[in-house]
Design a protein around this ligand. Sequence first.
Ligand code: GLN
Length: 307
Amino acid sequence: MDYQKILEEISLEIKPLFGLGKVANYIPLLSKVNPNKFAMAITLLDGTQYKIGDSNEVFSIQSISKVFAFTLALESYGIKLYDRVGVEPSGDPFNSLIQLEYEKGIPRNPFINAGAIVITDTLLKSFKDDKTTLNKLLEFIRDISDNKNINYDSDIADSEMSFGYKNMALANLMKSFDNLYNEPIDVLKIYFKQCAISMNVKDLSRAMLYLVHNGSDPVTKKEFTSLRRIKRINSLMLTCGHYDASGEFAFHVGLPGKSGVGGGIVAVVPNILGISVYSPELNSHGNSLIGTKALELFTTKTGLSIF
Ligand code: GLN
């Protein structure tokens, strides 16, 4: 397969879509990113990479971090996690409060904000203090992307902290239902930093390899999780990775994927490759508009959807 040629075709075909979406603005610093950036990268099982566009540009991974935090929480806390967070799509926006009250503080899944806050709370319970928790997560992400330089952007974390009222409401509501071990503010301080981790599409497509390849890294041979858990994580990415547009993403793209409001998306072609795309203008569901289209073009041109 000529992946480079396919990436080149995609980067031309998405050009008319610039200007149709909107950069996230509820996190003040994110509203300042250049809306015209576009990058895409693929990493194959042997580590070979193909890339196009601004592939060195690091951006805020935001909710893509939920996949990594969930993997780490499963490893550190085990399946008791499923007592505290469900595995059903929510059908609601990523930061919705509605279901959380009538479902008694148990979030629908780990990839909406409420679910991810529970996951971060679990990590803090497992690793005891905020520094260790964040470091464990960063170490894990550096390991799976094979890049020791990955870090978070403290300005973006602070920017979200100062306007994160919805997330504070979610965390407080869950605390009131006794579904947080720690104080809401202590969990959110870590959650906002985790969302503010900066990576480029090369790092992100590389970071998908453990999900492509049975839980271990095919290049470094490091083991990160089990085959059984890979099935769980990938299926949740397919059914819940794009919030109330998860059905649409599965319909058009046909791959397990996860988006973030920073404009990044990651996706997994099991046993073949990891892929990531970046374009900061979002659709009305908070997913990268051009990124989604680029992935649809990719699976259409290559026939590499899981279906
Ligand atoms: N940090 C963002 C928030 O909590 C992440 C949301 C997202 O990427 N969809 O609102």
